[in-house]
Design a protein around this ligand. Structure first.
Ligand code: PBG
Length: 323
């Protein structure tokens, strides 16, 4: 009989491990955290739609980081929720803003933890938009300078890498220029190059208190229908100085991750966003799926598609399993 016997190489755990083409490693996973500006050092507020995730005071953030680092966490991504919001999002680029304080505290306690910051205005503006607003219009060019100031303030506080998520045109160029002008030529820039206007960000907007007060993000984030446009966005960001490209969300956009991986020689990152996390957690809580197994499989799929790093709220939880 002449047929393919694929089962020979699946017959026992050793040969399965030896023939595995993809592997999740601790350094593949980047944990996002939400730093909350408060005088209450014990502040640790659960995010209802993201079980296991919290808004954290800086001392609580440090406690959390300590455990994660012990478990092998290599890198985190920071978001900030400021006490005061205004139309200009001025706390985004304040020297003593919440993210700037959190970065200083984290780098002081854990110098080896690689701290990435999300650069955007939406958590800091009273209207919840990613840029300056005039009427209903989210103004592109006037926003650029504020994004550059934000990124620079993060780097001055000690951020190892900045990740602009605002999707204004030209922001990679102005941020790169601002960092270089101030001598930070060695700080890499990970661009949320291909960020879709996605319903999967819903839980994040509760977490970061950054839902737009009117309108939506469709004039700057990409249409989920589009694939070829992703290549244009990515090429533009690379030419403007991005070192790494990110695709977001991850799971529903595996084709885009693969496209970027094949089209460019820059590393590709993917963001498994709040809604992807929430869906898995919700089904697991009901006992409908094995949450840990589904989480691991979803991340393996993202890696197999071509992502060399994955931003995921599962990082802390899964690290002990990857050691
Ligand atoms: C914007 C930003 C968002 C996310 C990361 N950065 C929200 C948005 O664009 O509306 C979403 C992350 C997630 O859903 O986990 N600062």
């Amino acid at each position: 009989m002449d047929f393919f016997r694929g089962r020979r190489l699946r017959a026992d755990p050793a040969i399965r491990r030896m023939t595995a083409e993809t592997e999740l490693r601790p350094q593949d996973l980047i944990q996002p955290w939400f730093a909350y500006e408060t005088d209450d050092s014990k502040y640790k507020k659960p995010i209802g739609s993201m079980p296991g995730q919290y808004q954290l005071s800086i001392p609580e953030l440090l406690r959390r980081a300590e455990k994660a680092v012990k478990n092998g966490l290599v890198s985190c991504l920071l978001f900030g929720i400021p006490r005061e919001k205004d139309p200009q999002g001025s706390q985004a680029y304040a020297e003593k803003g919440i993210v700037q304080q959190a970065v200083r505290a984290l780098k002081k306690e854990f110098p080896d933890l690689y701290v990435i910051t999300d650069v955007c205005l939406c958590e800091y503006t009273s209207h919840g938009h990613c840029g300056l607003v005039r009427g209903e219009d989210i103004q592109n060019d006037p926003t650029l300078e504020l994004l550059a100031r934000t990124a620079l303030s993060h780097v001055r506080a000690g951020a190892d890498m900045v990740a602009p998520s605002d999707m204004m045109d030209g922001r990679v160029a102005v941020i790169r220029e601002a960092l270089d002008e101030h001598g930070h030529t060695g700080v890499p820039l990970m661009s949320y190059a291909v960020k879709y206007a996605s319903a999967f960000y819903g839980p994040f907007r509760e977490a970061a208190e950054g839902a737009p007060k009117f309108g939506d993000r469709k004039t700057h984030q990409m249409d989920p229908a589009n694939r070829r446009e992703a290549l244009r966005e990515a090429a533009a960001d690379l030419s403007e100085g991005a070192d790494l490209l990110m695709v977001k969300p991850a799971g529903p956009y595996l084709d885009i991750i693969r496209d970027l991986y094949e089209a460019f020689d820059a590393p590709v990152a993917a963001y498994q966003v709040s809604g992807e996390y929430a869906l898995i957690k919700a089904a697991a809580e009901r006992g409908w799926v094995d949450g840990t197994a589904v989480a691991l499989e979803s991340l393996l799929g993202i890696k197999r598609a071509g992502a060399s790093m994955i931003l995921t709220y599962f990082a802390e939880e899964l690290l002990p399993l990857l050691k």
